[in-house]
Design a protein. Sequence first.
Length: 184
Amino acid sequence: MKMNSDRIFKSLLLVLLFASPRLIGQEAMVQAGSQLSRDSLLNVARTIIDSAKCRVFITVDEAGKPSAREMSPFPPETDWTIWLGTNPNSRKAKQIRQNPNVIIYYYYAENMSYVSVAGTASLINDPEKKTKYWRDAWNRFYPDREKDYILIKVTPERLEVCSFGYKIFWNPDGSPQFVDFNSK
């Protein structure tokens, strides 16, 4: 019975996390509506990203629909550029060639937090970068690094954060707190 009640509790918390602020009530929005500075929000986002076990890369498919898969991005650089690796013939690489708009979604379940980074992806086949952004565990997936491995560079445009653990909730208009990388 405890296992079922734990599942129900976690499910209810997830509903609250992703539910519209209007469902939670005006008090929650007002209490949570205080804005963090850009630097503070980015620091919290890095902490969530470093702790997240769920990392999802989302592209747009040929029909204009989202296509998601769990991946292993490298930690964001100081300018928030994010690098990932893939096969140049993979579905995600083909989708990026057709539509470079992507999202990398990080979810840290333990404190019910997420960071979503929307940006523009490009495929990079630079040998120095491919050496820098490499994991030895990938040898079995990319036996010929020159031909079988290409980088995905995500240039960030917008980062959103929502976190119960850090008490970062929605703005009064229902939108999450965010950083727009196009306006400094």
